[in-house]
Design a protein around this ligand. Sequence first.
Ligand code: ATP
Length: 415
Amino acid sequence: MNMAALGSYFLDLVYSFTNCMVCFPSSPQLKINSRSFKILRLLGEGGFSYVYLVQDTSNQQLFALKKIRCPFGQESVALALKEVEAYTLFSPHPNIIHSIDYSVASDKSDPQAKTVYILLPYYRRGNLQDMINANLVNHTKFPERRLMVLFLGVCRALKAMHQYKVKGPPGGAGSQNKAKKVRKEAARGDADAAEAMEMRASRRHREGDDEEEMEAEPLMEAEVTMSQEGIAPGGERAYAHRDIKPGNVMIADDGKTPILMDLGSLAPSPTPITSRSLALQVQDTAAEHSTMPYRAPELFDVKTGSIIDTKVDIWSLGCTLYACLVGKSPFEARSEETGGSLSICVLGGDWRFPDEGPQRGKQKANAEDAITDTVKEVVRKCLKVEPSERPDVDDLISIVEDVIAGLPEDGSEDS
Ligand SMILES: Nc1ncnc2c1ncn2[C@@H]1O[C@H](COP(=O)(O)OP(=O)(O)OP(=O)(O)O)[C@@H](O)[C@H]1O
């Protein structure tokens, strides 16, 4: 790692420790496509990324800025840009995050290293995991109806992904040619030219003078878009999110609308597992992208001849709903209880609600803590070890709508 990269890495590390910028004499600033932002604080971090709260210096508007380090050249840039592409794919959707702008910055002293910045709307209420944590600390729980309405929103976001309809070529042939050009440039290793084009496109988009063209602008040698090749406009091209978990569901400012985020793990679906090497590759990708306590059993031990499809998300939804009801994933809960490994619990479908099993009598004592049977049934349906026994997203939506219709209004609608 060169000195500049080391310096930037160190700064990120300091931010992550301090989680606050006030200890610096003045707030650091950065520019995304000639627009200036003041970095206010670190919101969160993932494997190779940091998410900052930033403020547009021209109008004080707040945004979240995801900074993805790509130290390994074109391949890691393509991966980060795949995430950018995913943000534009489903936009606009009320329950899926969209990106506002992005840019790729070069490191002057290391031509290999790049940093991808993605500007996102800022959700001040945090995510479902933050709400779960608050419930655990305050000994409170989600009002069931409100929870199921949130859950329904997540299901609707997934419907848009699982049943994505291919759009026509926006921007026409011209922009398709540009797409090819950037791909060629990137392939030639002329990443700076590709980058300059992306930044110009981004600027045009922001200024609103060429929105169509921006939509069609190539974001990368795109796994996501390329997977649509050969499918006529209007035809279905399913995608699986592959990392559904409470931490990836933000809560909009109205307190009622869930926003599915972190589209970095999005992948075309289904994937027929035609060889042992593909099985291992899919398993490795799952280990990298899908959070273990929420990961479907078929991804722990990928079998040659099987098909991995969108049912992996239905499993993760079941785990997410359980976590909202109980405080942690069903398999974390069970492996802590039994001392067994998490993967064995997942593969065996070994989980239960806290008021079931040997402790039942004792735990049932507090009727207020009881989870409504119809809500439990939603979890049970999603957590079938055999993927084909899980409902698809349409079935799940109608099940959840029926459950909501049968639930009493929550006492106080906490906004
Ligand atoms: N738009 C946003 N508004 C507010 N907070 C956000 C936003 N985006 C991300 N965050 C915060 O940053 C954290 C990390 O974001 P994100 O999940 O996108 O990063 P990641 O590197 O992909 O992490 P993961 O390891 O979970 O995949 C989130 O859990 C959340 O707390």
